[in-house]
Design a protein around this ligand. Structure first.
Ligand SMILES: CC(C)(COP(=O)(O)OP(=O)(O)OC[C@H]1O[C@@H](n2cnc3c(N)ncnc32)[C@H](O)[C@@H]1OP(=O)(O)O)[C@@H](O)C(=O)NCCC(=O)NCCS
Length: 377
């Protein structure tokens, strides 16, 4: 453990002397994971949760320093983890709005992180521990971590705002899976085929190239910054591996099909089948290319319908889409008007609210697009 000086935390309940450090050995990580399992373990047992963490540590996104674990331990008992979180690598694509409005500023790939599994031992909550932990992590991000930005997904409202993370849009649309899914023949939809994990690397490469193109064309207001996490193979397969592990452990199965593609429109969709919460969450929608608006709408409607069919086969109740684009809203409207699919549009108020902190806590006018489910952890 790379140790730092003890920090004294004083409040009405007394003084706590703690050490902020990175947990690097497997014993230290196991102690951290045991604490994390108390808050994030379900539906897995604590033992299976620990096994999942070990399994995920070998995923290409996590290997080496891709996944770092941070903790506060008691200064006089370093084996007692009081508070912990992880940081995980993210490839960011960033484009700055030109200050003069004249020259074109090229989008660049930069280092980012996602902060996840923030938790404090329930006997020590409300004493400022998570705040001290996040301060230490923010200093690392701004220093050795060389982070242009970091994201996290808050389950605790605006807790992170006073710590430097600003809340991003958190809208979602929910498609209710009907008791019997309408046949596609009822309306004219373009042809699609199912996607499996083997398709992902090839498609992610195309997606990243296409996003870079879109970034260049984006009509960016002066002084704003356009940013997204790149939907790389490692990024997409990470969540697939995570949910497959949980599904297999808890239900003895996980679906092989993880998406659908319309080759003719260069458009596809990856999804995350969460058997425990009985829903599919759409990870990423690669929008159609070179199509008129009406065709694009039908392409996306067909991809969404494929998702609903996949959910129905698994006896799931809904399909969730985070921050859908205007094109996706048109497709959902079409599914509603032509096939009677129920669509609920809402703001996410309590869970998984995306938050972003720029380097050094700098306040910028940020446009995060796309801001979908795939970078969530
Ligand atoms: C959220 C959590 C990490 C905070 O840890 P902590 O060490 O108690 O944090 P601090 O003492 O620095 O700050 C406490 C503040 O957390 C905030 N907070 C805690 N739980 C909250 C919740 N469910 N909703 C909103 N705010 C919450 C409160 O503002 C609280 O302020 P208070 O002390 O005036 O009541 C801790 O409550 C926890 O482990 N919760 C369970 C796991 C979890 O939900 N993690 C967050 C995932 S995004």
């Amino acid at each position: 453990m790379a140790e730092t000086q003890p920090i004294s935390i004083e409040n009405a309940r007394g003084t706590l002397k703690v050490i902020f450090s990175e947990a690097t050995t497997s014993e230290e990580r196991v102690r951290c994971a045991k604490l994390a399992s108390t808050a994030f373990g379900k539906p897995l047992t604590p033992e299976r949760y620990l096994e999942r963490e070990e399994y995920l540590a070998s995923h290409p996104l996590a290997r080496g320093t891709g996944w770092r674990w941070w903790c506060l331990t008691l200064a006089d008992n370093p084996e007692h983890v009081l508070s912990m979180c992880k940081t995980m690598h993210r490839d960011l694509l960033v484009r700055d709005g030109s200050a003069t409005g004249g020259e074109t500023v090229v989008a660049r790939q930069e280092q980012g992180y996602c902060i996840c599994s923030v938790v404090t031992d329930s006997n020590y909550r409300g004493r400022g521990l998570a705040s001290v932990l996040l301060k230490g992590v923010a200093e690392w991000l701004d220093g050795p971590g060389n982070a242009t930005a970091s994201i996290l997904y808050s389950d605790v409202g605006d807790f992170y705002v006073s710590k430097g993370w600003d809340i991003l849009d958190s809208f979602e649309s929910i498609l209710t899976v009907p008791p019997s899914v309408p046949q596609k023949g009822q309306a004219q939809f373009p042809e699609t085929r199912p996607l499996t994990t083997e398709d992902i690397p090839r498609l992610c490469e195309r997606d990243v190239e296409s996003l870079k193109d879109d970034f260049q064309k984006y009509d960016l207001p002066k002084d704003s910054v356009l940013v997204t996490v790149l939907p790389t193979t490692n990024m997409i397969t990470w969540l697939q591996a995570r949910i497959a592990y949980t599904n297999n452990q808890s239900y003895g199965k996980t679906p092989k099909v993880t998406g659908s593609i319309c080759e003719s429109a260069e458009s596809w969709i990856y999804w995350y089948s969460d058997l425990h919460h009985r829903k599919i969450i759409i990870q990423r929608v690669k929008p159609p290319r070179g199509q008129d608006e009406a065709t694009s709408t039908r392409v996306l409607a067909r991809l969404l319908l494929d998702t609903i069919e996949a959910a129905a086969k698994l006896d799931l109740l809904e399909v969730d889409i985070w921050n859908p684009s205007p094109e996706l809203h048109r497709a959902m409207k079409l599914l509603n008007s032509e096939l009677g699919i129920k669509v609920t549009n809402q703001k996410r108020e309590s869970e998984h609210i995306p938050c972003l902190r720029w380097r050094g806590g700098e306040k910028r006018s940020i446009i995060a697009s796309p801001n979908e489910f795939y970078p969530w952890s």
